[in-house]
Write a new protein. Structure first.
Length: 241
């Protein structure tokens, strides 16, 4: 997180990670397409031969805290190809939260696992620990045949602490849910680390409700309720959660 006191602005960095062609870029394009014009900034794409590295600023998120601070969210995605490891490591630097975008097809299980190991290694190279970083997992491409079942994904969610979302990014399904789930966990962690409420009058529920409204009329609670979680691991916005 970066705080610019002169501009009265807080900047948060979120990274979308995963194997090649799992739908990371499609997620960001979907968020860009679904957000209101006054919310999204200019979308920038840097093309590689087989994959894409893309980031866009969602700027401005027209919300101001009671203390007068604006929140600027930067979204990045990394190329999944093995040869671009140095790029992935660089993009992860300074990340406040990560969305791991997995391919739902059974045939891609090994690719998902390899990418997750790569994520842990590159976080370590940046002096970041996976268990300490806000993380959500999205299983994309739910519209394809031969995918892992909902029951399998629910069982995986019960074994871990990370919320699991189901998505079909090309149809905009589950994309905003994943983003808001990650933003919620990230802001909760940053608030605990930096006392955002005490220092800046930052109210997480009000902010997330305002962000959700920029993507349509589904409430923040309804978005978060779509996550698969372990018992007791629900994405609660209750006071103190």
């Amino acid at each position: 997180m970066q705080i610019d006191f002169s501009a009265r602005e807080i900047t948060v960095k979120l990274v979308y990670y995963g194997p090649a062609l799992s739908g990371k870029t499609t997620n960001l394009q979907s968020l860009h397409d679904q957000s209101s014009a006054e919310t999204r900034g200019r979308m920038m794409t840097l093309d590689t031969r087989d994959d894409r590295t893309l980031f866009f600023d969602m700027l401005p998120l027209t919300f101001t805290t009671e203390g007068g601070f604006a929140v600027r969210v930067k979204l990045f995605t990394v190329p999944g190809q093995v040869i671009h490891e140095s790029t992935r490591r660089l993009v992860l630097s300074g990340a406040d939260g990560v969305a791991f975008i997995a391919d739902s097809r059974v045939a891609e299980t090994q690719a998902n696992a390899a990418a997750f190991r790569d994520l842990k290694a590159n976080l370590k190279a940046n002096d970041l620990e996976l268990r300490a970083l806000p993380l959500v997992i999205q299983f994309n491409k739910r519209d394809l045949p031969d995918i892992r079942s909902d029951q399998e994904l629910a069982a995986q969610a019960e074994r871990g602490k990370e919320p699991v979302f189901r998505a079909t990014a090309v149809k905009h399904d589950g994309v905003v849910d994943t983003f808001l789930g990650l933003l919620h966990l990230t802001l909760r962690a940053l608030d605990r680390q930096n006392d955002l409420r005490g220092k800046f009058g930052f109210d997480r529920r009000s902010f997330l409700s305002a962000v959700a409204a920029r993507f349509g009329d589904v409430s923040i609670d309804a978005h978060l309720a779509r996550a698969l979680t372990a018992p007791g691991g629900e994405l609660s916005l209750a006071e103190g959660a």
